[in-house]
Design a protein around this ligand. Structure first.
Ligand code: HBI
Ligand code: FE
Length: 297
């Protein structure tokens, strides 16, 4: 990276042992990106776009083109914001990296999406344990052009702000919801299952694994089920949850109201990441090949 991100300390979080950064909103230092930074963007962009044809949900691919993202250079947030503002009123803000949960929720509630301004190094092309510009921008931003998804993200942020006053259990439930939808969600379409989760969309290996491997479970989305389900931060997911459409997400957070879900779930047992329940709508019962026995969080 061209200039140094301001790293505050390392902290154990739900994403593992990662650096936590200053919460400041910064200017995207676009002029300071090196030719290597732009080349890393271009290489990742071309590779993912090819893999995602017929695998990503059509809304994602269409929106990415409509915003003018391309492999030519790292996009300027300012230019993307013109399209976002017009489509859904969302705005990208540049940040140093992973934010404390409450700060992150507050931004979402204000329809501001924090994007890490720096991009991974060439030796990190295939894997980086913390979100960088490629994950945040390529993975998360296109769907903010979709009005229903955009409203879900804001409702999620508002729910998070409220949950943070209720204690750690509601927050853990919400984090699971985010993980299994925004990061690792699949959507059912007339053409078959498609990807909408940013953690998958920005990963070459998982884009193929989540749809084509027999190993993972693919199970119909149910908000309460998802909020009880533990997950993996160190391997491909054992289970992916499938929505029928983005309005199903929005309804789950807003109608019935987020608050009562926490109370209904108080003290509910968590479910191991790989379990299939009798009540699940099963698209694929995972073969479990390659699963590690421990490490669900
Ligand atoms: N901060 N910048 C940033 N990006 C995220 O995706 C993010 C975060 N802080 C917390 C967080 N995600 C998760 O813990 C979610 O549960 C919200
Ligand atoms: Fe993410």
């Amino acid at each position: 990276m061209s200039s140094e991100a301001r790293r505050v300390e390392h902290q154990m979080t739900d994403k593992g042992y990662v650096p936590v950064y200053t919460t400041a909103v910064v200017e995207q230092p676009w002029a300071s990106y090196s030719p290597t930074d732009h080349a890393v963007w271009g290489q990742l962009f071309r590779r993912q776009r090819e893999i995602l044809q017929g695998r990503a949900c059509p809304e994602f691919l269409t929106a990415m083109d409509a915003m003018g993202m391309s492999d030519a250079q790292i996009p300027k947030f300012e230019e993307l914001n013109v399209h976002l503002q017009q489509a859904t009123g969302w705005k990208l803000i540049a940040v140093e990296g992973l934010l404390p949960e409450l700060t992150f929720f507050e931004h979402l509630a204000a329809r501001e999406f924090p994007v890490t301004w720096w991009i991974r190094r060439p030796d990190q092309i295939d894997y980086i344990s913390e979100p960088d510009l490629f994950h945040d921008l390529f993975g998360h931003v296109p769907l903010l052009m979709n009005p229903v998804f955009a409203d879900y993200m804001q409702a999620y942020g508002a729910g998070g702000v409220r949950a943070s006053t209720f204690g750690p259990e509601p927050l853990a439930n919400l984090t699971r919801l985010y993980w299994y939808t925004v990061e690792f969600g699949l959507i059912d379409t007339p053409e078959g299952l498609r990807i909408y989760g940013a953690g998958i969309l920005s990963s070459k290996g998982e884009s193929i694994h989540c749809l084509e491997s027999a190993a993972p479970n693919r199970i119909g989305f149910d908000v309460q089920r998802v909020m009880q389900t533990r997950y993996r931060i160190d391997t491909y997911q054992k289970t992916y949850f499938v929505i029928d459409g983005f309005d199903q997400l929005f309804k789950a957070t807003v109608d019935p109201d987020f608050g009562p879900i926490y109370y209904r779930m108080k003290g509910a047992e968590s479910i191991p990441a790989g379990s299939v329940l009798d009540t699940d709508r099963v698209f694929n019962r995972g073969s479990g090949e390659g699963w590690l026995a421990d490490g669900d969080v």
